[in-house]
Design a protein around this ligand. Sequence first.
Ligand SMILES: [Zn+2]
Ligand SMILES: [Zn+2]
Length: 434
Amino acid sequence: MDTEVLKSYPLCHRCFGRLYAKLLHTSNYERGKSVKMARAIQLESKLQQLKERTDAEEEIEKVKEELTTLYRSGLTEIKEVEGVEVVGEEGCPWCRGIFQERNLEEILEKTLKLLGEYQYDTFLVGTVLPKSIKKLEERIKTPYMESIKQEFNRTMGKLIAEKTSKRVDRENPDIIILINPYKKKVKLQVSPVYIKGRYRKLVRGIPQTRWPCRHCKGRGCEKCNYTGKRYSTSVEEIIAEPFLEAFKGKSEAFHGAGREDIDVRMLGDGRPFVLEIREPKVRRVNLEEIGEKINKSGMVEVLNLEYGSKRDVIEVKNKPHKKTYLALVECEEEVSDRELAELEKKLENLTIYQRTPQRVSHRRADLVRIRKVYKAWTERVDPRRFKLKIYCDGGLYIKELISGDEGRTTPSVSEILNKRCVCKELDVLKVHDE
Ligand SMILES: [Zn+2]
Ligand SMILES: [Zn+2]
């Protein structure tokens, strides 16, 4: 431990002690002051000895110089030294006095005012350092140092916890309080609330997510009747709006486990989704009550609502789900019972090679997907139409499995029956979880 650094940087006790934070478990202030004092005593006694000699002028000068740097950095409270101007905490180049009570109080007051608008149980302080302080830390760094960030986080965290009775949570805080103590700037970063559940879409004609008008890109124009939207509503909007209102959120994001086409219903026990409410002022609401409100829409229903986390978003986005569909198939020519029985048999455990359908090729990469149909059931409606129930991998485009998409999907129902077939109606009956 040497005091050399004090020559260039008159660090206050607290900051000097921070250079050796990992060496002795006490406050940075105590540690810093103790090291400085021990060194000063050493030097003072050396000075006495040197003064008894006549040939030690040069050495005496050196010792005095080091003593001066020590006293300058705040040790004059121990001893008055003539000609030494003390650099107080405010002049300390590292902390610049940010730990002084009135500074802490000013920041605390600002923080509490901002926090007052939010419901939360846990928080975390994140100190933001100006570049110049980061550079200084680089220059004076020791292997035992802690950043001033850590000490400020700790100090402020304690003060806020005392005032608010809320808990510090390092892993998953409801609110991160970003503080630049040098500029006395405080900003809140409010964690989103996640609600997970399953939705049923009972009607055809609405998209899963908000669909901006393509003429004005959402700004509103004549073509979209100044709504900014191509469709008047969506599953997302029907579900999100009442939640957004209840949580007093700023915005939302809707994450579905895949999506169905606009003209496809989502029946059975629904499709998993996670709704992310950003910057909520309220974090706990009665989910069931909101669910009931949504279910009254007659278009969309929600079930199994519960609170989730960011992890659920990743899971819902990435976990493959097998699906069961029900399609109404129409053929150009009549189709016999024997042909339908044959179709069921041929589709069972069949591997399908599906090049990106023409209708989505403008927004999806052109590649061949390999998916499997596990089982199929048929039920005649009239000579040219039948119902086809299919249990298959997620990501298989069913309309194209039926039509063949001009040879881009193979084999297909059209190919197997050797007749042109189209999908007239489609419902998702189940999104399988296993
Ligand atoms: Zn300092
Ligand atoms: Zn428009």
